[in-house]
Design a protein around this ligand. Structure first.
Ligand SMILES: *Cc1c(COP(=O)(O)O)cnc(C)c1O
Length: 368
């Protein structure tokens, strides 16, 4: 496969079987636990042609070699599992909450030590990363949409001898390619935009380092956090329209964000596409598009709960990145850091008609 093709084209053509008369256009779902002896796979935990098709496509999109996992958190855990005992990790103060929970659990057992930083504050990241083994970045962050200067943070981390991991779930490889920006590993919750239809759990880690790849592969083969072939097949099918879905959802978010910012019931909107957003200039310079995640702040938890309980077209649910628009108050989860405002509602903008989406929000929002 030609890596010079644009990401939109790769999303459509990567991971297909080699062409030939009567060869299928799409990879089959290979349901087997074992293989006839003599080949490189040998057993179903070591490899599967359907995962490999998805991994080829994800690797080409991110510009490295991909490994797929049973979930995004399995990929996160796999990458954390490469660290030596007692290693020091620098992590975002705001990030996907289960990633922070996992880090805290490992720190609580003395397996790792963790320092939290504001990833938008590059000097703070550079200071924190001295003596660390790993810098974990999310950008934009969940759910506050803070934007990191990935190249500057990666450079500081590498000078300190730390490995750089970027959770690229929010931006997708269409929004930014962290391996090109200096990251050593990219992780994804493929559950979200990449598969895009809220019908499966799957994760991925992508790297250019042979050493990291081989270590992760050996750990996955032994540890067993492998995806199901049906999930891998569905994810690859979803990936075929990634560019169309992301384009439309980003357009919709760009229409909704300024309207939300002007609504009297909303105290603050965080969306890197708004010119007034603290992350705007950095995102405009470094990202392709501003994504389709928006966070809005209402007066308090009660106002936010009334809002999320009143939508009819939007779905009140957790998760993100599907074709349908979803929203939720993040602090309803006890694991969410207390620095996330109680009244913050995170919106995952989908691909529906934007005026239908807006009309539903207007009816559900308090008058202000
Ligand atoms: C959902 C998510 C994860 C975890 O992925 P799962 O597939 O749910 O295990 C990790 N990081 C981010 C940013 C996410 O949104």
């Amino acid at each position: 496969m030609r890596p010079d093709l644009s990401p939109s084209t790769l999303a459509v053509v990567a991971g297909r079987p080699a062409p030939g008369p009567d060869e299928p256009l799409s990879p089959p779902v290979v349901l087997t636990s074992t293989y006839h002896a003599g080949g490189p796979r040998g057993y179903g935990r070591y490899g599967n042609p359907t995962w490999e098709a998805l991994e080829e496509a994800l690797g080409l999109l991110e510009g490295g070699r991909a490994l797929s996992y049973a979930s995004g958190m399995a990929a996160v855990s796999a990458v954390l599992g490469t660290l030596p005992v007692a290693a020091s990790v620098v992590a975002p103060r705001h990030a996907y909450s289960q990633t922070l929970v996992q880090l805290d659990a490992l720190a609580g057992k003395g397996v790792l030590s963790v320092r939290r930083v504001d990833v938008a504050d590059t000097p703070a990241v550079a200071a924190a990363v001295r003596g660390a083994a790993l810098l974990w970045l999310e950008s934009p962050t969940n759910p506050m949409l803070e934007v990191a200067d990935i190249p500057a943070c990666a450079q500081a981390a590498h000078e300190a001898g730390a490995v750089v991991v970027v959770d690229n779930t929010f931006a997708t490889p269409l929004g930014q390619r962290p391996l090109d920006l200096g990251a050593d590993v990219v992780v994804h919750s493929v559950t979200k935009y990449l598969s895009g239809h809220s019908d499966l759990l799957l994760g991925a880690a992508v790297t250019r380092s042979d050493e990291l790849y081989e270590g992760l592969l050996a750990a996955r083969s032994g540890g067993g956090a492998v995806p199901g072939p049906v999930e891998a097949w569905l994810a690859l099918r979803g990936l075929r329209t990634l560019h169309l879905r992301v384009e439309r959802a980003t357009h919709n978010a760009g229409v909704l964000a300024p309207r939300l910012a002007a609504h009297p019931a909303i105290q603050r909107v965080r969306y890197p596409g708004l010119p007034t957003d603290p992350g705007h200039e950095r995102a405009a310079a470094a990202m392709h598009g501003f994504g389709a995640m928006i966070a809005v702040e209402l007066a308090d938890a009660a106002a936010a709960d009334a809002f999320t309980g009143s939508v009819r077209l939007w779905v009140h649910a957790t998760s993100l990145g599907g074709v349908e628009s979803l929203l939720e108050r993040r602090r309803r989860w006890p694991a969410e850091p207390p620095s996330v405002p109680e009244g913050l509602v995170r919106l995952s903008v989908g691909v529906e008609d934007v005026e239908d989406l807006w009309a539903d929000l207007v009816i559900a929002l308090p008058d202000g």
